[in-house]
Design a protein around this ligand. Structure first.
Ligand code: FES
Ligand code: MG
Length: 602
């Protein structure tokens, strides 16, 4: 009698499957199991169903999240894969985060989503868990939470949207959102046309169809060995996407049986592979923050794999994939050209083929058994390693006295190559508000050679590190035809944007002893991309004097004065207070310090 066996034999409580996991809530383990069965049976499950490996499916669908609009179909297909392989599927919700509906920023909510993911995986008796995600911050949030929970986790990417069509032109979110809006503002297209564009930029559900952050993270997830190779690129609305979901269900049952946990699976080699892919696709700078956050959740890698590793890998990795915003094409083209199967085959001489994957095989073994056929079209979208789009270092990490912990640049997206080695005077904006007030002022003292500096948009600064790093060219210069200037900030920019733009300066100006916080208009700055240097040309004594003076002002408000922002943050309520008091810096991943593997113990 299976029921009797469950209740009587403490031995059966030790097996890893099903409802027996984590039975500590009511003291008596047998009574706890008895109670669990009482309640889950209310949903109609049989003893047989409940004796199987339980595979959780995290549902992040929401009426505000078109990027996850196929979640119901993905759940159905994943369940099919689970049930065909002898598991039982149980879906449950977590927070859903979409770029456009996440005030103040989706980055602000990423860590909240990672906590929700981690805690619900730990709280519920799942033997493995499929995590449905896709929009920019959701995949990193889920991998971060999954690594910390350390049960077998299987990302299931929602997939890119299809491109739209407007007056015979293919268009797609969100590189073309920016281009078309700029044309409308410049009077090059009229109201009727911009409304047509508005209808077609996101013509189906799914994630943005260019190499923005969502696509970048999907490719990185494949490089880490966590999803089937096709799973990075198959369109959200395709039959292929549903088959990937079914396969993910099957993989989840196998991963549950083998107890393939992310901490055991992921190694330094996995992250080197992720960095190689990031560089080869000319991925989003945002992914550098996410990768650091992910790696710092891993107990063995935290602190050992640094931002510099991404730069070192970049020096020998060419840019191969020709997608917007660096190139011309869309994710559907990348998929049709062979997607990650083709790309990883091209990158094979550079990859760490011994890295493990979720299937239990090494990456090399996966590539060996995956059919790959090269053809002319594939070579135009995914260039051979001998004919790259850009020779190396599409993403670079620089340092210097105003960025002692680093700053990053998407060098392949720099328009004016002169600016990659540039020495000039700074025009400084203290925050986004200051920028909005003065950038288009005809009296602003600025030339095409000036270096535009924007402070106050780091992880704490705004808060949530908004994508405001693509500082607009001052109108009077834009009207003279200036299209690129050297721009520096402690914020991020959208993965779909470009220019000679240095981002993620760490430590950010929001921190009282930040050297970046003391840069002043008129200071000279020297930037050398080749030697990865960014220097404020003042003496060390002067720099230290300025820092001390500013720190004193920020931390000790005088009687009768409004307390400084820094002081206000120490007593703020709610999630925002938690965020501002505990978020770490961009080079560490902008995670909460207490969630990292190097942070406090359980
Ligand atoms: Fe979700 Fe772009 S808005 S991926
Ligand atoms: Mg984005």
């Amino acid at each position: 009698d299976p029921v009797k066996k469950d209740y009587d034999l403490s031995q059966s409580l030790d097996t890893s499957f099903g409802l027996r996991q984590g039975l500590t809530s009511y003291g008596d383990q047998h009574f706890s199991l008895f109670l669990r069965k009482v309640f889950i049976k209310a949903l109609g499950y049989s003893e047989d169903a409940l004796s199987r490996p339980i595979i959780g499916i995290i549902n992040t669908g929401s009426g505000f999240n078109p990027c996850h609009g196929n979640a119901p179909q993905l759940i159905e297909a994943a369940k099919r894969g689970i049930h065909l392989n002898g598991g039982i599927a149980i879906d449950f919700p977590t927070i859903s985060v979409h770029e456009s509906f996440s005030h103040p920023t989706s980055m602000f909510l990423r860590n909240l989503m990672s906590m929700d993911t981690e805690e619900m995986i730990k709280a519920q008796p799942v033997d493995a868990c499929i995590m449905i995600g896709g929009c920019d911050k959701t995949v990193p949030a889920q991998i971060m939470g999954g690594i910390s929970a350390n049960k077998p986790v299987l990302p299931l990417i929602t997939g890119p949207m299809m491109p739209g069509s407007q007056r015979g032109k293919r268009i797609g979110a969100c590189t073309d959102c920016r281009n078309n809006w700029a044309s409308y503002r410049a009077g090059n297209i009229d109201m009727e046309e911009i409304m047509e564009v508005n209808e077609e930029l996101a013509p189906t559900i799914g994630t943005c169809g260019v190499m923005g952050t969502a696509s970048t993270m999907a490719c990185i997830t494949a490089a880490l060995g966590l999803i089937p190779l096709q799973g990075a690129t198959a369109p959200a609305v395709s039959a292929a996407r549903m088959r990937i979901a079914e396969q993910t269900g099957a993989n989840a049952v196998a991963a549950a049986k083998a107890q393939r946990t992310p901490q055991a699976l992921l190694s330094a080699e996995s992250f080197y592979n992720a960095a190689i892919v990031l560089q080869a696709i000319g991925g989003s700078t945002n992914a550098m923050v996410h990768l650091m956050a992910i790696v710092n959740r891993h107990p063995l890698l935290s602190g050992n794999f640094k931002l510099e590793n991404l730069d070192i890998i970049g020096r020998t990795t060419p840019l191969l994939v020709d997608l917007k915003p660096s190139g011309d094409n869309y994710m559907t083209d990348f998929h049709n050209a062979g997607g990650m199967t083709c790309l990883l085959n091209r990158l094979r001489p550079l990859l760490y083929l011994n890295a493990k994957t979720l299937s239990g095989e090494t990456l090399g073994e996966v590539l060996d058994r995956t059919p790959f056929r090269d053809f002319e079209y594939a070579r135009t979208i995914i260039r051979p390693i001998t004919d790259p789009l850009y020779p190396c270092s599409s993403l670079a990490v620089v340092r210097g006295n105003i960025a002692p912990n680093g700053a990053v640049m998407k060098a392949s997206a720099s328009k004016d190559k002169r600016l990659r080695h540039h020495r000039a005077k700074a025009v400084v904006f203290e925050n986004s508000h200051d920028l909005a007030l003065r950038i288009d002022d005809p009296n602003l003292e600025v030339t095409a050679d000036s270096i535009l500096v924007l402070k106050g948009i780091g992880p704490i600064g705004n808060p949530g590190m908004p994508e405001a790093g693509m500082i607009p060219i001052p109108r009077k210069l834009a009207m003279q035809g200036v299209t690129d200037m050297l721009r520096i900030s402690d914020g991020r920019m959208s993965g779909t944007a470009g220019g000679t733009i240095l981002l993620h300066v760490s430590p950010e100006s929001g921190i009282p002893d930040s050297p970046f916080g003391v840069v002043q208009t008129g200071d000279e700055i020297d930037f050398q991309l080749d030697s990865r240097k960014i220097e404020l040309l003042i003496s060390d004594e002067e720099l230290q004097r300025r820092i001390a003076e500013r720190k004193e002002k920020l931390m000790n408000s005088k009687d009768g004065e409004q307390p400084s922002l820094w002081v206000q943050r120490q007593t703020r309520r709610g999630y925002r207070g938690l965020y501002e008091r505990t978020v770490n810096q961009a080079h560490e991943g902008a995670d909460f310090d207490f969630l990292t593997a190097a942070g406090p113990a359980q």
